[in-house]
Design a protein around this ligand. Sequence first.
Ligand code: HEM
Length: 421
Amino acid sequence: MTMALPVKDVPDVEPVLERFDPFELQDTVSGDIRDPYPRLGELRRQHPVHSGPIDIGDGLPESDPNRPAPITVLGFDESVQVLRDNETYSSSVYEGIMGLVMGKTILQMDEPEHRLHRALVSPTFRSKVLERWEGDLVQRVVDELIDDFAADGSADLVQRLTFNFPVQVIAAILGLPRGDFPRFQRWTIELTSVAANWERGVAASEALRDYFAGVVEERRAKPADDLISDLVGMEVEGRGLDDEEIFSFLRLLLPAGVETTYRASGNLLYGLLTNPDQLRAVRENRSLLPVAFEEMIRWEPPVTVILRRAMVDTELAGVPVEKGADVGLLLGSANRDERKYEHPERFDIFRASRQSLGFGFGVHVCLGMHLARMETRVAMNTLLDRLSDLELAPAPGQDLHIKGMAFRSPIALPVTFVASR
Ligand code: HEM
């Protein structure tokens, strides 16, 4: 581990490519699966819970005969049952995965430790508190990005907008100087694609730790109006977060808050652009935007799978679950459970039930969901205000589709439009 450096002394790294090619990220993090849902539906209709390795569309996973049979949960009610029972189904399974590059975070903690840590960080993410970022900050970031291509009449919205705005929003909310955004974005990308390149991901994790150490030290000395100052000053029952806990939490925010949100806005745009009547309805009545967002989170959740580990021998929907078994909850499948939704495969912002598991459920339900909703609403509203006649404009032979398995989003969204201002 390198020594902590004050922010100003962080050595210069190569500047990040201004327009990072999302293809690279997509291929490394998500694979190229176009549509896993027919296969997931088939499996779900066989049984909502499966024991043992199954091919969900990307080949049969390797299995260790010395470990308990892995469990795959495909049904809505069965997923809720697991997420509600966080004593039987532990989040400690993440220790050996994300914990290795992020440090110990609330994602992998069980009760009562989780409750205390979540209470420390959650005030900062309440929707009321987030209002202070909306006007100046999120709006400014989105406007700047749109300024950059509005006059062109056409753009790839993944490259020009969705891929860039969440990382800039997080950086600004954290209070990082603008000059640091490029290196911050690069570390973020390297950390979130750790599965594709372990050494690079670990190096980014260490660089971020050192970088944050400098910022935290500065904020302890001189608090500012930003999230890092909030975290530094936070206390619950006389206990605050120590530095290492703050670094881990900040590192968790990157994959948790940047990657998911960029994919979410891409999926929402894809849903609307491929259903022009619904796009028109939203354009004419912006109060439908939050509704459209929730339908996207159901229909094409950016995160399709989360994990738990069984702590005792038990059973789920009649399937035996052995103590120590890894339990994969396929949120994307649960969100298309035909026992709960009519025509689950349709993107339909007017459907009756919009409740879904796209943000998880139970004690670990997404901490940043209000931020994700707010950011995406601002981005979509601004886009609709500034660009009319938005239409998809694929190149000949270009297959525009949401792709990936564990993480899903469109690789590109080429559009044409008329700029209104
Ligand atoms: C549309 C965007 C997002 C989606 C789809 C999403 C999805 C999820 C899901 C499914 C979980 C549950 C994980 C589990 O139970 O194992 C989760 C947890 C979490 N999310 Fe999000 N997320 C999004 C945006 C954000 C943002 C913007 C932030 C913060 C800036 C964030 C921070 C977190 C944190 C800290 C947790 C862990 C909560 C805990 O363990 O108590 N997420 N998210």
